[in-house]
Unconditional design. Structure first.
Length: 234
């Protein structure tokens, strides 16, 4: 992420200017290289289009009700175009689910790497998970509903992915228990309940409703914090 400096914080003169003789000259691209770059970008664009089309259709109709012809027709393609990029409908589903998980995971990892106090970290993590669900309702619908359509190897991998994801939350909760910040409740119970609560947001959250996604995420984080915080005995 770029950070712009406020005016006056640093003079432009302080930035060393490279002499022309010291600059590295990039070799000019050949016509073949340019054509290859264009082809590569086009292929990446078409792959993304196919995945986006499949995501919308799987979420709306369900995986089994959608055919490769449907995915292609939704884009004005023939099914041969889809098969050029993906060998099967299963591969498309697996790509979608993998991307969903990676997107959710990376946002949580960013928080864990900030070395925040456990109570602050857990609140931010739950808030982010809730936001991810509300910002990606189609993805969440597919992830929650279509796991059974994967092959056995893929299902085992998804279960490992879920365990690893939950473990990030559980380790933070356990650190909070050790510091006397949280009540001594089994971490898998707390995390399972919190994430399960968030995961249903894709069903009832309405972007046009009276509360924004950010407000709902704040409420969910507050519910967790209020329910988990250790209080002195009276």
């Amino acid at each position: 992420m770029c950070h712009f400096r406020p005016h006056g914080s640093e003079s432009f003169a302080a930035v060393p200017i490279q002499k022309a003789s010291e600059r590295t000259t990039m070799p000019p691209k050949t016509k073949a290289t340019v054509r290859a770059d264009i082809a590569s970008r086009k292929q990446a664009f078409v792959r993304e289009e196919i995945l986006a089309s499949a995501t919308a259709l799987f979420a709306e109709r369900g995986y089994r009700a959608v055919t490769i012809d449907d995915v292609a027709a939704n884009l004005g393609y023939t099914k041969s175009v889809v098969y050029y990029y993906f060998k099967s409908k299963n591969e498309i589903l697996w790509q979608i689910i993998s991307r969903i998980f990676d997107s959710f995971l990376q946002k949580i990892v960013v928080i864990t790497e900030q070395n925040l106090p456990p109570d602050e970290a857990l609140s931010k993590m739950v808030r982010q998970h809730a936001l991810s669900v509300m910002e990606n309702p189609q993805w969440t619908s597919i992830f929650n509903k279509e796991e059974a359509e994967l092959d056995p190897t893929q299902r085992r991998q998804v279960r490992r992915m879920k365990r690893d994801y939950d473990a990030l939350f559980e380790s933070v909760y356990e650190a909070g228990v050790a510091k006397g910040l949280f009540r001594k409740i089994p971490s898998h119970v707390i995390v399972g309940g919190a994430l399960g609560m968030c995961n249903w947001l894709y069903v009832w959250y309405d972007p046009k409703g009276s509360l924004s996604a950010e407000q709902i995420a704040d409420h969910f984080a507050s519910i967790l914090s209020t329910g988990c915080v250790e209080r002195p005995a009276t």
